[in-house]
Structure formats: structure tokens, C-alpha cells
Design a protein around this ligand. Sequence first.
Ligand SMILES: [Zn+2]
Length: 228
Amino acid sequence: MLKFTPILLALIYGLVMYRFSVWRTQAELSARSTELRDPALQPMLDRMAAALELPRVRVHLYDIEPVNGLAAPDGRIFITNGFYRKFREGEVTAEEMASVIAHELGHVALGHARRRMIDFSGQNALRTAMAMVFARLLPGIGIWIANMLTTLLAARLSRGDEYEADEYASALLIKAGIGTAAQKSLFEKLESLTSARAGVMPAWLMSHPPTKDRIAAIERHEAGWGAS
Ligand SMILES: [Zn+2]
């Protein structure tokens, strides 16, 4: 029994840290966001709401600079101020903003948003818990194995999720009459933004698979659906 106590403690610690991360993330998002209301964007939201047979699609503006879109574990969708500014300044079109929102809606609809907490704020807790377990079982290399497993698990989870969210977004954009052209052009825009400002890759691209692969996957789906 005594032998298993550290493992039990590590598991409890991991769980508590996970719950705390969820709570802290939601609190941070709530404190720093307002509902995004923009007449120039509203027609896009209305078309997606109609396609989803929902009364409305609500989007929140998260007051941070990195260009990013997020789906919170409670199902709220956030667009960062940095991203929204690109739209206001005409660098990103309303259709392209809609494609990001559709992608984030996909993460919510497919249940990724909750699971993704493990990839982000929950990842450290998982790493710590596993390190405690493995350090005990395999002194020396245990921590190294825990790190590797956590990274591998997170990468696997998030990569699959991204392609699924892209596919959901394509289907929604087609149904809403917005089309997938904006979905692809946004990827390319974000990528060129990266090379223009050496080294500063938009967070939304960094956490996602390579642009070329994402566009190829979208085109594969379109061909399958007979949409292109
Ligand atoms: Zn995503």
C-alpha cells in the first residue's frame, strides 16, 4: 500500500492542477473579454447561425495581442484583439474571420475544447504527475520518459483535433454559403505575416499543423463532397 501512495498522490495532484487550470483559464478569459459586436462581421455570424440552426453565434473579444482564436472548455469562442485589429485594418476579410470562428466552433462542437485543456494549461500538471510516478519507478530516466510521453500525447491529440476542426469549418462555411476560399487564403496570409516579421509566427498558426497540409486536407474533403 505504502508503495502506491506516491502514485496516488501524483494522480490527485494532477487532477487538482487540471481543475485549477480550467478554472484559472476561464476566469482569465472572462476578466479580459467582451462580446464582439461588429456590424461588418454580423452578417457572417448570422449566416453561420442559420446554417447551424442556432438563434445566434456569439463571439468574444479577448484583449491580448497575439493573433489567435480560442475555444474555451465551457464552449465560448474567443478572437484576440490582435486578430480583430487585422480585420479592422482590412488585412483580413470578414469571410476569413468567419473561417477562424468556424474552426473554433468545430473545436467546441467536436468536444475538443475541454480535452485541449490538457494540451495547454493542464499539460504541466500531467507532466509533473507523470514525472513523480516515473521517477519512482525508473530513477534517472523517469522524468525524461514523462516529458516525452506528455509531449507526444499533446501533439497527437492536438494535430488530429486541428484537421477535424478544419473539416467541420469547411462543411459549415459551405453550408452557410461563405465557401472555403477564405479558409485557405487566411492560412496563406498568416504564413506570409510570419515571413514578413521575421520569427513572429501568429500563435494560431504555431499551434496548428503546417499550412500546406491543412489546405491539401480541405481540398481532399471538398473533392470528396463534390464541392469544388
Ligand atoms: Zn484549432
